[in-house]
Design a protein around this ligand. Structure first.
Ligand SMILES: NC(=O)c1cnc(N)c2cc(Br)sc12
Length: 319
């Protein structure tokens, strides 16, 4: 095979394998059997072994990086990663709504409600369409560079169609089934089990060896945009739709609510339904949908005035 033939075949295989990966891990709708995926992945790795100079950053063979790191580099979040004020009751939600309407001097507000994923907040940066850096939230202004660990999460695209620099934010988490089998293995190896999926996800992403993170079946939901020069959308719900369009995994349960009554209905619905989810949630995030209104409301010292997190009562420990 000539170098040009190898270049062409690799480009085709990367496109096919990244598409199969998107269908399986983001859409949960695989279009080919695993054997087909494995056959093409082997072909890609064989050609890359013969022509290592043709390996690209978005090749699916590059998800599980090289050697373990000695330490994680620090990453400055140019747009701080926010923390949310909490609401614990219907009255708190009504107080939040009153404050928002007073702040906007308007009678009605459109909100977006989203499930609050019980995981680890992270930030992903893309330049020229390529995934170039992933970081933890840290203290909101400085996080840790965990790019090599995040690359192992197959629902994170290595390339997106948007060529402009964009930073997207979301929650990395461990599905309940993955948590149960991980703890079973840890007990068999006489290792300390993780207390809950959030700790297991955090512990996995804090591993210096990406080969360990790669085995932990982590997943992710993206739900916000940080730095974005070309952003021209007017609402948060349009941003969620855009993230989905460019290949990110977003949580499908979000809903626009045209009043606090509808927000309260959504919260009550998920108090019941949360038990049926395959991942842990610890509440509902409620945001003002219009981005200009968010700007107008601004922030307190700690968190946005245009969002709150309704926290579910802590679950009784099952003894
Ligand atoms: N959809 C969201 O905005 C969302 C979901 N899950 C979470 N754990 C968090 C945390 C913040 Br801060 S926002 C958010």
């Amino acid at each position: 095979m000539t170098e040009n033939e190898a270049r062409e075949q690799l480009a085709t295989l990367r496109g096919e394998l990244n598409q199969y990966n998107y269908e399986y891990h983001v859409l949960d709708k695989p279009s080919v059997p695993d054997a087909e995926y494995d056959k093409k992945m082997k072909k890609l790795k064989d050609i890359e072994a013969e022509f290592p100079a043709l390996i690209t950053a978005d090749s699916p063979s590059q998800r599980v990086g090289g050697e373990p790191l000695d330490a994680f580099k620090k990453v400055a979040h140019r747009v701080p990663m926010l923390s949310l004020g909490n609401a614990f009751s219907e009255e708190d939600l009504r107080d939040f709504d009153r404050r928002v309407r007073e702040g906007l001097a308007t009678g009605s507000v459109t909100y977006v409600c989203e499930l609050k994923i019980d995981g680890l907040a992270i930030s992903l940066r893309y330049q020229d369409g390529l995934f170039v850096q992933g970081a933890t939230r840290g203290d909101g202004t400085t996080g840790e560079d965990i790019t090599s660990n995040l690359k192992t999460i197959k629902s994170i695209p290595l390339r997106i169609p948007d060529q402009a620099p964009i930073e997207v934010r979301g929650e990395a988490f461990m599905p309940q089934q993955a948590f149960v089998s991980l703890n079973k293995k840890r007990e068999e190896n006489e290792e300390e089990p993780f207390a809950n999926p959030r700790n297991a996800a955090a512990g996995s992403l804090r591993q210096l060896d990406p080969k360990i993170a790669a085995k932990r079946q982590l997943d992710i939901f993206l739900y916000a945009v940080g730095e974005w020069e070309s952003g021209t959308l007017e609402t948060h719900s349009e941003r969620l739709q855009y993230l989905e369009e460019i290949g990110f995994k977003t949580n499908p349960e979000w809903r626009k609510c045209n009043s606090i009554e509808e927000v309260i209905q959504y919260v009550e619905e998920w108090v019941e339904k949360r038990a049926n989810l395959s991942y842990d949630i610890d509440g509902i995030v409620i945001k003002v949908d219009n981005l200009e209104a968010q700007e107008q409301l601004g922030f307190t010292a700690k968190s946005p005035r245009w969002a709150t997190a309704y926290k579910f009562p802590a679950e009784e420990a099952i003894t």
